[in-house]
Design a protein around this ligand. Structure first.
Ligand SMILES: [Zn+2]
Length: 507
């Protein structure tokens, strides 16, 4: 979802807290890049079943290869060249019927326009608040109540501002986040529960905005000319704090995280985690089907709260090979320290954003400040202008933030292929993401709008990996066959037939 914080709804909905308020574009821009970065490949497939049943199907990681897949016996020298990557990619892309492709394209391309309209609506709301003096009126009222104590005034202003913006943008929010999602079969909630969650999100975003405004206006008052640099530092600290508390304080407001049921698939995932140095002893499943049909997984948290979770849509409808492929990707985010790399990148981006705000605010305030009733940049009444400038900034740099995210996602993709060794599982899940992401964009389109690699890019990556690992995959399949033949008849309790660390017939 969403580099500018103004864009499409993505797989991971843990950004509920910030998603609806134009007021929060600032924080949303920060939060959402993370949620996007960490929302994973997902998918929907027709079959369903419990994890144990699915785990029993897992001896076919390479068996569902497309036609043109590796021959049974491969000669060492010619093997790679005999696997036609392009043909295999085409085969995957052709899985989407013309109707499905048209629907997927329409949903995703509509998202481009929604991003654009988000900006225009944010600017319109800012103009209304300033032009008609609503923002100054909120400030004056709160100042009276708070007896001119500046921190309390900033916090009180944040409450009034956020509520007003929520109301003004509600029709648009209902259209984009409720009506349109239902129209594309991606939402599962009726209006009442959906709206109730919007109100919870409003509460969370109001608290977040209040904290942000208290901090930022204190810095503006005290650091004056260099507030934008101090503000950038403070924003990153606040963002790290938000990442830290999110799994324990925010996500539980919307969803329940439970341990994944025991079984071979869970053991596979934990084994992959151990092999890659991840200190995980539990895999979590989040009940995302409450809100959406999208399949997803994510890494969230920071320091001690970090956890890797898959959503129940993925668990119910993904094959074991697909689930292993997705979890390998998520582990990549963790092992490659993407959270810290994003925080580092965002110190720079936010500093640039605040510099832009400082410059733009001075110019526009000089011309209109008196008419708007905004005293100076230290006056919270000017926050609509602050937010509008930051919205414009993030909109302009969307290709940059998307590219930062997309590059990290591609890294996690490669990591996942190496860790899970499921190129076909990864390719098939990438195709299933056509539920909400256009599969085959043009190169410029992908550069500008994609915060994850496109389906075509991911399938191509997976098939290239497969072509270079044919011998390994063939040996794995042969070893699996041999183990099955020599192994005693399957144990009756299929769910527990493997113990930690053992080499079982499925792997
Ligand atoms: Zn990811």
């Amino acid at each position: 979802m969403t580099s500018s914080g103004l864009t499409t709804r993505e797989g991971n909905k843990s950004d509920l807290a910030v998603r609806h308020a134009v007021a929060l574009r600032l924080l949303a821009a920060l939060f959402l890049i993370f949620t996007i970065a960490f929302s994973s490949p997902s998918a929907v497939s027709a079959d369903s079943g419990d994890p144990i049943t699915q785990a029993d199907q897992q001896e076919q990681p390479t068996a569902d290869a497309p036609a043109g897949a590796p021959p049974q016996r491969i000669s060492p020298n010619t093997a790679p060249s005999r696997f036609d990557v392009e043909a295999a990619v085409r085969e995957y892309l052709d899985r989407l019927s013309p109707q499905e492709k048209a629907r997927s394209d329409a949903y995703f391309e509509g998202g481009y326009w929604i991003q654009f309209w988000n900006v225009l609506i944010a600017l319109l709301v800012a103009w209304l608040l300033l032009r008609f003096g609503w923002s100054a009126a909120i400030r004056t009222r709160v100042e009276d109540w708070m007896k001119n104590r500046p921190n309390l005034t900033a916090a009180g202003y944040a409450v009034g501002y956020n509520l007003l913006v929520f109301v003004l943008t509600l029709p648009w929010t209902i259209y984009t986040d409720f009506w349109r999602e239902h129209n594309y079969g991606l939402a599962t909630q009726s209006f009442g529960p959906w709206f109730a969650e919007e109100l919870v999100g409003l509460g969370v975003s109001t608290v977040g905005l209040a904290i942000f405004l208290v901090v930022i206006y204190a810095l503006i008052r005290h650091a004056r000319a260099s507030w934008h640099l101090w503000g950038a530092g403070a924003s990153i600290v606040l963002l790290a704090l938000a990442l830290f508390v999110s799994p324990v304080a925010i996500e539980p407001l919307f969803n329940t995280y439970k341990p994944m049921p025991d079984g071979p698939l869970k053991q596979d995932i934990l084994s992959m985690a151990r092999a890659n140095g991840i200190p995980a002893d539990q895999v979590y499943v989040v009940d995302a089907s409450r809100q959406t049909t999208r399949i997803s997984a994510n890494v969230s948290g920071l320091f001690g709260t970090t956890r890797i979770a898959l959503n129940d849509n993925l668990l119910d409808r993904g094959t074991p090979a697909e689930i292993r492929a997705v979890m390998g990707h998520e582990m990549g985010h963790y092992v490659l320290n993407h959270a810290w790399k994003f925080l580092t990148a965002f110190v720079i981006i936010i500093a640039a954003g605040f510099t832009f705000v400082k410059w733009g605010f001075a110019r526009l305030h000089a011309r209109h400040g008196a008419a708007w009733g905004v005293r100076d940049i230290a006056d919270p009444a000017g926050f609509p202008l602050f937010a509008a400038l930051l919205t414009v900034f993030f909109f302009i740099i969307t290709p940059l933030t998307n590219t930062i995210s997309r590059s990290a996602e591609a890294e996690a993709d490669i990591f996942g292929l190496n860790a899970a060794m499921e190129p076909d599982g990864f390719a098939s899940i990438a195709m299933k993401l056509s539920d909400y992401r256009k599969i085959d964009p043009g190169p410029i389109e992908e550069f500008v709008f994609y915060d994850h690699p496109s389906g075509r890019a991911r399938v191509t990556m997976a098939m290239r990996w497969k072509a270079e690992h044919l011998k390994l995959l063939t040996a794995l399949a042969a070893a699996r066959d041999a183990a099955e033949k020599t192994e005693a008849p399957p144990l009756p309790d299929k769910g527990e037939r493997r113990s930690d660390g053992s080499v079982s017939s499925d792997e």
